[in-house]
Design a protein around this ligand. Sequence first.
Ligand code: ITT
Length: 197
Amino acid sequence: MRLLLATHNRGKRREWQYFLAGLPFEILLPDDLGFDSEVEETGATYVDNALLKARTLAGASGLPALADDSGLEVDALEGAPGVRSARYRLGTDAVRYRALLTALEGVPSEERAARFRCVAALVLPDGTERLAEGVCEGVITAAPAGAGGFGYDPVFYLPDQGCTMAELTADEKNRISHRARAASAMRPFLEKLLLEE
Ligand code: ITT
């Protein structure tokens, strides 16, 4: 059965391909079908945006589509950048995480708590919609460390692991991340879809 992975983010693709590896889907990417333009994220919440992306690509392709909307919520910034994480600053991931470090200059480590949140949405051609969420708690560092992962990973410190998300191997990140948790909550819906084929 074909499943469209409705994301243009290469880091997310890699991680979803890992989570879906044990399921007999033929995974397609938007580029494979000539859908190269990004869906504009006009929603106010992760749920709205995840559904928007999955609905748009399920509608355009006639295939089941899986999307995620995710972000980093920093307590000292009242939850920002949150749902606006991808649009926090124009430019690269490094531009965005450096801007975050600047915004937190002078904030002591005990007040730098943050969490990654991921909302995954599965939309089927018959209109059925399923949602799953995952959260991963951490602390924003004073300086970036590590070259793994993507996005804000170099500035997201995991107290239990004693390193940043970007210092984990891909396998380690994929065991504990917000996306890993959303993926395992989504898994029963994907298994059901395969059974109903
Ligand atoms: P798609 O909409 O095409 O999936 P996107 O990059 O626009 O890709 P989002 O709208 O969900 O994705 O934005 C998420 C933002 O949060 C973006 O800046 C990512 O770099 C960042 N982010 C998401 N997951 C992350 C992770 O696992 N580690 C670090 N940063 C992450």
